[in-house]
Design a protein around this ligand. Structure first.
Ligand code: SF4
Length: 327
């Protein structure tokens, strides 16, 4: 098992959105977007956060970065609590924790040239002069596989993959320790996806970066992550090292998700587990285990009693009364 010093520690993180009704905005309920999520990320480690759309993985990632204020819970960065910090007090940490988003086009100012997009945080945080910034941007362009002569272009003059490289260069510019990648390749063609993922892996090796990698594509997550956390209805239902999770999933939801991933070998076959019904509403979640309405192994106990997280083997946590593939 990889033992890495945690850079980021998240404990019992919650993000609820109140539902207001009527003239006086009375709170009539809560959307439980993130509900008691705990994990840590070590130096040079990638934690994949996966789940169906609407499971709360992106909200969890953005809350960890304090782009969204948490409802409760602890977020510690290199041993220091940051969950209660104001936007101004967060400034020194912003340099160390950066983000790359799904749609690079909407996250890049269309009126700015590439050089200004990449050098903006560089100048803001490190007080570089414009000429020093230019050299640094040329270096970053090279690192992410862009040509320095492309620095004067506008975002619309780049392809989707190049725009994502631009977003990565911008995130890298302030020498972060951790980058939250929120579905960074899901808008790209498959061949370009592989190039961007391999670029992220190379940059991790070169700069010792850590990633919180939020995605729904399990094949992509498997390729880049050291550990994987699976989310369902705002909670982590299973977390383990990548080979163990993919070879021997213990939560019925993880098992079903993995059964749908194609195997690149025509000689091998796997029975797909088709989950019945839709994901329940995060406003009115089922009692007991929130997955019991769709779980093929549900028993009476599951309908009444909420399962807690259990460590089935070192570092392999599962939130289920009756784990599958358990000895
Ligand atoms: Fe399925 Fe019961 Fe486990 Fe929930 S606790 S995942 S319903 S077996």
């Amino acid at each position: 098992m990889i033992q890495l010093r945690p850079l980021l520690e998240v404990k019992d993180l919650k993000k609820y959105y109140p539902i207001r009704k009527g003239l006086f905005g009375r709170v009539s309920g809560q959307v439980h977007a993130v509900d008691g999520v705990s994990f840590s990320i070590g130096q040079g480690e990638t934690l994949g956060l996966v789940g169906e759309s609407g499971c709360g993985k992106s909200t969890a990632g953005r809350t960890v970065l304090k782009l969204i204020d948490p409802t409760s819970g602890e977020i510690s960065w290199r041993g220091k609590r940051i969950d209660g910090l104001s936007r101004v007090s967060m400034r020194p940490f912003r340099q160390e924790i950066q983000a790359v988003f799904q749609d690079p086009y909407s996250s890049l100012n269309p009126r700015m040239r590439a050089i200004d997009i990449v050098s903006e945080p560089l100048i803001n945080f490190q007080k570089f002069s414009r000429s020093e910034g230019r050299d640094q941007v040329a270096y970053l362009f090279e690192k992410v596989g862009l040509r320095p002569d492309q620095m004067i272009r506008f975002p619309h003059e780049f392809s989707g993959g190049q725009r994502q490289r631009l977003g990565i260069a911008r995130a890298l510019s302030v020498k972060p320790r951790l980058i939250m990648c929120d579905e960074p390749v899901s808008a790209l063609d498959v061949s370009v996806q592989a190039q961007v993922i391999n670029l992220l892996i190379d940059l991790q090796k070169e700069f010792g970066l850590s990633y919180l990698f939020v995605a729904h594509d399990l094949a992509v997550v498997r390729h880049i992550s050291h550990r994987v956390a699976v989310m369902y209805l705002g909670r982590i239902v299973e977390i383990a090292e990548t080979p163990e999770l993919f070879d021997s999933p213990k939560h019925p939801y993880t098992e079903a998700l993995l059964s749908a991933v194609p195997i690149p070998d025509p000689a091998l076959r796997r029975t797909q587990i088709v989950l019945q019904g839709d994901v329940p509403s995060p406003i009115n979640r089922p009692a007991g285990c929130h997955f019991h309405t769709r779980c093929p192994y549900a028993q009476e106990r599951c309908r009444k009693e909420e399962p807690g997280a259990r460590e089935l083997s070192p570092g392999h946590l599962v939130t289920c009364h009756f784990p599958v593939n358990a000895k």
